[in-house]
Design a protein. Sequence first.
Length: 401
Amino acid sequence: MSNNLIPSIEILPVEIFHRIFDNLDTETILLSIRLVCRLFRSIFHYFKRYYFEFKIKTKRNFHLFCRLIKPENVISLTLSDNEHIPNQIYLFISLISLRQFTRLHSINFLGIDEYQLNIILKRIHLNSLISFSLNIQKYDDRRKKTTLHFLSSIMTKSNLRKIELNIKYDRISNIVWPLNCNIRYLIINEDIYLDDLCRILSNSSQLHTLILKENIINDKIVTSSFPQLTSLTIERLDITIDKLESLLLLTPSLIYLKLIGEGNLCDGKRWEEFIQINLSHLDKFEFFINISRSINRTREDLELIIESFRTPFWIEYKQWFVICEFHKRSYKVQLYSIPICKSIYQYELNTENIFVSNSTISLYNNPSITNHINEINLSLKLSTNHLIKQEVCLLLNDYNI
């Protein structure tokens, strides 16, 4: 092919490069792409959709990062201290004019001091905010009132859609939620009282997804209903089945439900009746429940538990497949849906666990079981390195890792 037919990179629209930059992390753009040629340096200069996330591992590159990127071109900001650059947030505050961040759509504070938080929120522009995530690592009760003022103000932003709060429950309970809060996706990482949760839901008519990383403290009877909620996740469940049903009665429009935790929630027939009557829209039900400990179980015992999940409702209509597993070493019984809905899974090596399922399909050693697992923790209690290596290799093969 003639060289004259090969288009020069200089004549390509700059929008193509910007679209490519959208899929690259800022460190790659800054420390690699920008240095290739003069054209790329020019494109770097005019790009206006940077994700400012501090994963840079040297102080020199951190200074370069802060010096070269214009704050007004940043749409996402993630701040956190790390072991490579201690006091990174204080360094960031000292190097960059916070008032120049005028186009932020997303802010993530990971492990920030409350004093630092107040400094930043006082100066930064928040009117374009769509997503906000906060994890306070070091609290200062002298700043509590100011923090609550800023958080209450953030909740009023008309563009705000997603909130994640990893802060003390007393901070959450004192946030003033506007009557017409526009958030649609809420994650709460601490225990929350049911009345506080209901207050949030009452003021958030567009909220459709709620993820609770800890438990709901249910000490009151609530008669309200929140039909806007279609997805509910509770990852540290520790309440009775009666209280859980009382809670789920508040959310009649659920399409997705995920429960992880402790409790005697192993009656499939009771679940079937409750879902048919009260959660008629439920399409996906995921759970991982620790039932009991300190009691030896036989396969017949597990069969009695799983039998109530073998009705046409579970197997044919919903096609929700369930496994009941007994860990012989720890005397722990677990009941969980398939695929396993936990992202972190504890596996005990060199133990003969008992499995029974409500499905006639072979689920054991099926890679699809572990689709959602990102991390497997191994409990090593073997006598030789050779046996450890052998068991781990078998495990990895079983889970298709």
